[in-house]
Design a protein around this ligand. Structure first.
Ligand code: DSN
Length: 413
């Protein structure tokens, strides 16, 4: 940061403020985390200067001896971490990765199945106004109204009816584990390509806490910055028979020069995830999420699917009489960051939905455990139950800060 301050004091000041926000607040957005200082150093390194269109050993630019070695290390570590046959570490982020998979393996207009956005899916899983929904004929499955969980018999019936060329399993706002084997069985029954989007749970899978789809699925993609705790980016893993198509779709199909500074960050993060401590971190994420879910239920929060298997909790605030947008805004003001979020069968809008989405990766990285989850649930309850009480909010903001300062943030403290 010593170079930024004199060169651009305004940006320096804003980064300092953001540092303070990250240090003094509780980060509950389930897709966010704190990378290590080592990952950040790689991402801010001179590797940003280099163009390297192509793949290791087959580039369109000279001077690749170091870049090729870095990208190969990232690939090898990802293979080891997930047991994948083939890995492409170049996707800039999750949406380009999913788009590359579709571009590689489908024709425009083909039928695909994906989880509906307001039932926990992603915009790239067939939202009608998104590229995925416009370019392909997405049939969207939903969660069961009573259980809040995916009913695999409904998925099977839809698959038999629509005969999709591809079935996408995965989520951004679904608190339960996925039955990968059942998904694969259904895909095989209808002759569909199976694609898993493990962006949210990749860290839990790498840490051995949740079952991996990699042995079963044709293609598995993940972002690298969520529970996996790497830099902002993504990767695609696939069976060898899809490798050529996937690589061609990423480059030159969709992307140009890969971001090798980020790929170096990915290599470091995968190395970190191969360390035994990563398993402890992954287990604690789930333990914390379960503790937080139970503590919220005790305080009258209505959780979609009544709990969680993962790092993620989705709460419907209808019974609390506070819309998700207001809850997010007021919690922001006390230093607790989470998402407003639609809940399945929501009667409100995405910009002002009924629920909130929260999770435990970032607080776990800071070293918080079950006692802190109890404190967090208490603050959530006190703020939401007293949504207009600004004096109480000021007091809680101080309590939050005091607790947070006891837990260092990697790369900041
Ligand atoms: N935007 C991510 C999330 O917050 O879950 C998904 O891409």
């Amino acid at each position: 940061m010593s170079a930024i301050q004199p060169m651009d004091p305004k940006i320096f000041e804003l980064i300092e403020h953001e540092k303070q926000r990250q240090r003094e607040g509780i980060e509950l957005i389930p897709s966010e985390n704190y990378t290590s200082a080592a990952v950040m150093e790689a991402c801010g390194s001179i590797l940003t200067n280099k163009y390297s269109e192509g793949y290791p050993g087959k580039r369109y630019y000279g001077g690749q001896e170091n870049i090729d070695a870095i990208e190969n290390i990232a690939i090898d570590r990802a293979k080891k971490l997930f047991g994948a046959e083939h890995v492409n570490v170049q996707p800039y982020s999750g949406s380009p990765a999913n788009t590359a998979i579709y571009f590689a393996l489908l024709n425009f207009g083909d039928t695909v199945m994906g989880l509906k956005l307001d039932h926990g899916g992603h915009i790239t899983h067939g939202l009608p106004i998104a590229f995925s929904g416009k370019a392909y004929n997405f049939v969207q499955y939903e969660v069961d109204k009573n259980t809040g969980k995916i009913d695999m018999e409904v998925v099977r019936k839809l698959a038999l009816e629509h005969k999709p060329k591809m079935i996408v399993a995965g989520f951004t706002a679904y608190p339960r584990d996925i039955d990968w084997k059942k998904f694969k069985e259904i895909a095989d029954e209808v002759g569909a390509i199976s694609v898993a989007d493990i962006s949210h749970t990749a860290g839990l899978i790498a840490g051995g806490v949740l079952e991996s789809p990699v042995p079963y699925f044709d293609v598995v993609m993940t972002t690298t910055h969520k529970t996996l705790r790497g830099p902002r980016g993504a990767m695609i893993m696939c069976k060898e028979k899809f490798a050529k198509a996937i690589d061609r779709a990423v480059f030159p199909g969709l992307q140009g020069g890969p971001h090798e500074h980020i790929i170096a960050g990915k290599a470091i993060a995968f190395g970190e995830a191969l360390n035994p401590e990563f398993k402890i971190y992954a287990k604690q994420i789930q333990t914390n999420a379960r503790a937080l879910a139970e503590a919220m239920k005790k305080r009258g929060f209505n959780l979609v699917s009544d709990g969680t298997d993962t790092h993620l909790i989705l709460a419907d605030l209808t019974n609390k009489g506070v819309p998700g947008k207001q809850a997010q805004m007021v919690l922001d003001s006390v230093g607790i960051t989470l998402n407003k979020n639609t809940v399945p069968f929501d009667t409100r809008t995405p910009m002002d939905p009924s629920g909130i989405r929260l999770g435990t990766p970032a607080v776990t990285t800071r070293g918080m455990k079950e006692p802190e989850m109890e404190m967090i649930a208490d603050w959530l309850d006190r703020v939401i139950s007293n949504i207009e009480d600004t004096a109480l909010h000021t007091k809680i903001k101080e309590e939050v800060k005091e607790m947070c300062l006891k837990f260092p943030v990697p790369g900041i403290n």
